[in-house]
Design a protein around this ligand. Structure first.
Ligand code: GCU
Length: 430
């Protein structure tokens, strides 16, 4: 069969990107800092205690965790790692410019909603697309996805507004070209009775150092500031903040059950959804895909990317609170680590999805994080890994736990088979 030229080109780009990712995910020197991939060079480390209060007394009940230990750890993560974010703006407004149109041959009702972050409706806004299964007649659960591309690039639906994206050189552009990222199969959610929503992350805050010039963080700078203070929000907090504003909309929509909404994102957006779900407990479930360093992976485990790499000012410091960088050379003094993020989701369901050859993101570091956080889930009587033996690629034995873990065979991506597992997870927990 002859393939259309565009599809062939697209596949070539996808394969080239995939090949790049395979090698890119084993770089040996990054920002002048060597990268370790040898298990026997990882070294030993002691993780900060989860089930001890700051004063050293033991935490023995779920109530103690929720009322006192969780807030202690949350404050540390906020002030050291991602940075404090503002509350819901008073001027927040929604405009459902597509209030409900049949899509996918009637299988879905589609909505498109603009969320205005400030009183000035000409700027600082994000568009959400929402598909609800039309077969379900009561308020429906939903998966909220945060994406690297505009939703009209993510989903094959001619009724979608063409979005605006940021180019690699920091300019605004019309999102009218195909991307190397795959398309989303929305129907798999609809068939499971779950809605699907998506937002382009760059409409909240651009993803580059100078992005502060145009992002939402800029509108909150004090007159004396040119950038946020050391404990204030980086770009990941800004993306998480945007996801809370999406939730603000969902709470107003009677066709959506806002108590049953899950979040999903991959890579830096896996870090963002983890932080968003921790910070905004209105979200019921989080699926953090390949979140790696600064996400679910243990930073003290010297394997793949480290805090030194990720917070190098030439790389991704803008995504974090500036404070995080001060731990680059003294990681053992960091009062938090990846297992703290995982535990802060307890007792709500959290699925960690990783890839076996995604060495840069350290899938084993994510597994060990889940193992270390498991006692907190168990405090609530919820299921979490009972083993310290790392599951093999494609092993689904830990997938369906409240604190779930799944590693596919392959690299830094979310594969169609991962989506099948994610849908099963959502069916169970939404
Ligand atoms: C870089 C970064 C990772 C991040 C990834 C991504 O590789 O070092 O921490 O997860 O980009 O977002 O794709």
């Amino acid at each position: 069969m002859k393939r259309p030229l565009l599809l062939t080109l697209f596949m070539m780009v996808s394969l080239a990107t995939f090949a790049q990712q395979q090698t890119a995910n084993r770089p040996t020197l990054v920002a002048g800092i060597p990268v370790n991939y040898q298990e026997d060079s990882v070294g030993s480390y002691v993780l900060p205690e989860l089930l001890k209060f700051a004063d050293g007394k033991p935490v023995t009940t779920a109530k103690q965790w929720t009322q006192k230990r969780r807030p202690e750890l949350l404050k540390l993560v906020e002030e050291i790692q991602f940075g404090k974010m503002p509350d819901r703006p008073k001027s927040l407004k929604f405009n459902a410019f597509d209030p409900g149109t049949p899509a996918f041959n009637g299988k879905a009702i589609r909505k498109q909603v603009t969320v205005y972050f400030t009183g000035d409706t000409s700027d600082h806004k994000m568009d959400l697309v929402i598909y609800l299964p039309s077969a379900v007649k009561k308020p429906v659960p939903l998966l909220m996805n945060i994406s690297f591309v505009a939703y009209n690039q993510l989903i094959d639906d001619p009724g979608l507004r063409v979005g605006t994206i940021w180019t690699r050189d920091g300019k605004r552009a019309k999102a009218d070209k195909p991307t190397p990222f795959g398309k989303m199969n929305v129907e798999q959610f609809l068939d499971a009775g779950i809605g699907f929503a998506s937002v382009y992350y760059g409409s909240i805050e651009p993803d580059f150092k100078e992005g502060i010039r145009d992002g939402i963080r800029k509108t909150y700078l004090k007159a004396s500031q040119t950038e946020p203070a050391n404990d204030e929000w980086g770009a990941i907090s800004a993306w998480a903040w945007g996801l809370s504003r999406a939730m603000d909309y969902f709470e107003t929509d009677k066709q959506i059950d806002s108590k049953r909404i899950a979040l999903q994102g991959a890579s830096r957006l896996g870090k963002a959804v983890l932080w968003a779900g921790i910070h905004d407990t209105r979200y019921k479930v989080v699926v953090a895909s390949i979140s790696g360093e600064g996400g679910a992976a243990l930073s003290r485990r010297n394997f793949g990317e480290t805090v030194g790499h990720i917070t190098d000012p030439s790389r991704y410091l803008y995504q974090f609170a500036t404070n995080y960088h001060s731990y680059a050379d003294k990681i053992n003094t960091l009062p938090i680590d990846g297992h703290v993020l995982v535990a802060l989701m307890a007792p709500r369901p959290l699925l960690l999805q990783t890839g076996s050859t995604d060495y840069w993101s350290d899938p084993k570091g994510e597994f060990l994080s889940a193992v270390a956080a498991a006692p907190v889930y168990r405090l609530f009587g919820e299921t979490a890994p009972e083993t310290t033996v790392m599951p093999a690629a494609e092993d689904t034995s830990l997938l369906m736990n409240h604190l779930g873990y799944f590693m596919h065979e392959g690299g830094h991506s979310v594969l169609p088979t991962d989506w099948t597992h994610i849908v099963a997870y959502l069916k169970k927990y939404l």
